[in-house]
Design a binder for this molecule. Structure first.
Ligand SMILES: NC(=O)c1ccc[n+]([C@@H]2O[C@H](COP(=O)([O-])OP(=O)(O)OC[C@H]3O[C@@H](n4cnc5c(N)ncnc54)[C@H](O)[C@@H]3O)[C@@H](O)[C@H]2O)c1
Length: 260
C-alpha cells in the first residue's frame, strides 16, 4: 500500500524560492523547508533572503540565501550554475502599478512586463532545463485572481497574471512528458508588503475583506498548503492547473447578501 504519511515529504529534495525575502515567498520557503526540503532562498533583497534562510536554519532546516535579479538572464543562469538543477521552483516576485489605462506610461508597462512576465519566464526556462534533464521537477508560479477578474487600475498587472497562466500551461504541455509539472497559484487578497498601500486605506482594505466569503484578508502562511501540494508527490497528477487560494473570491460575485 502507498505510504500516505510520506505524501508531502520533501526530504532529500531541493527547492529554489525566488521572492523568498518577503510575503508569500518567505512563507513558501519556510513551509518547504519544514517538510524537509533544502531551500535556496533568492531575492533581489539579499537581507530579506538571509533573514528567511536564518529563520529556517533556526528551526533546524537547511537553507541558503542568494541575491538575484530575476529580470537579468545572465544572473538567472549563473544562479542555476551555482546551485545545480532543483526539484522545485517557486517564483513570486511581481510589481503592480495601479493606474487608469489612460494614465499608464510606457515605462510602467515595461516595468511590469519585465518582472512579472519576462522574469518569471527566465526562471521557468532555467529551472525547466535542469528538471527536464533529471526527469523530474515541479514549477510553481504565482498568478492572481486578477488573471480572471479585474477592476479599474489593474490592466497591465492583470494581463501579466493571465500571461503567467499561459506560460505555465505551455510549460506543463512541453515538459510533462519529461516528468516535469508546472502549475500556478492564484491568491486573493493577502497581507504582504505588496498590498500595504491598500492596508493604509481603510475603506479599500475593508471592501476587499468583505468581497470574499470569510470577510477577511489572507495571510502568507495560508498559501503554504497549496505550495506543498503542488511541490510534493501529493500533486503528482496535477499539472497545468491554476489553483485559487482566495477565500472564495472567485466563487461569489460579492455584491449583496440577500436577506434569507
Ligand atoms: N499579496 C497579495 O494580495 C497577492 C494577491 C494576488 C497575487 N499575488 C501574487 O503573489 C506573488 C507574491 O506576492 P507578495 O505579496 O508575496 O509580494 P512581496 O512584495 O511581499 O514580495 C515580493 C518579493 O520579490 C522580491 N523581488 C522584487 N523584484 C525582484 C527581482 N527583480 N528579482 C528577485 N526578487 C525580486 C522583493 O524584494 C520581495 O522580497 C506575486 O506574484 C503577486 O502578484 C499577491
Amino acid at each position: 500500500m502507498t505510504d500516505y504519511t510520506k505524501l508531502f515529504d520533501m526530504s532529500g529534495r531541493t527547492a529554489l524560492v525566488v521572492g523568498a525575502g518577503s510575503g508569500i515567498g518567505q512563507a513558501a520557503a519556510q513551509g518547504l523547508a519544514a517538510f524537509g526540503a533544502k531551500a535556496f532562498c533568492a531575492d533581489l533583497n539579499l537581507a530579506g533572503a538571509e533573514e528567511t534562510a536564518a529563520a529556517i536554519r533556526e528551526q533546524g532546516g537547511e537553507a541558503k540565501a542568494h541575491q538575484l535579479d530575476m529580470t537579468n538572464e545572465a544572473a538567472v543562469n549563473a544562479l542555476f550554475q551555482a546551485i545545480g538543477p532543483v526539484d522545485v521552483l517557486v517564483t513570486t516576485p511581481s510589481v503592480n502599478v495601479r493606474k487608469p489605462m489612460l494614465e499608464l506610461t510606457g515605462d510602467e508597462f515595461d516595468k511590469m512586463i519585465n518582472l512579472n512576465l519576462k522574469g518569471t519566464f527566465l526562471l521557468m526556462q532555467a529551472a525547466g532545463r535542469g528538471m527536464a534533464e533529471q526527469g523530474r521537477g515541479s514549477i510553481i508560479a504565482f498568478s492572481s485572481i486578477r488573471s480572471q477578474v479585474v477592476e479599474p487600475g489593474q490592466s497591465v498587472y492583470a494581463a501579466t497574471k493571465a500571461g503567467t497562466v499561459q506560460l505555465i500551461r505551455t510549460m506543463a504541455a512541453e515538459l510533462g512528458p519529461k516528468g516535469v509539472r508546472a502549475n500556478a497559484i492564484a491568491p486573493g487578497v493577502i497581507e504582504t508588503p505588496l498590498t500595504l498601500p491598500i492596508k493604509s486605506h481603510p475603506a479599500w482594505y475593508q471592501a476587499y475583506a468583505d468581497r470574499n466569503v470569510f470577510k477577511r484578508w489572507g495571510q502568507p502562511s495560508e498559501l503554504v498548503g497549496a505550495v506543498l501540494l503542488l511541490a510534493s508527490d501529493a500533486g503528482s497528477y496535477i499539472t497545468g492547473s491554476l489553483l485559487f487560494v482566495d477565500g472564495g473570491w472567485m466563487a461569489i460575485d460579492g455584491r449583496f447578501e440577500p436577506p434569507l
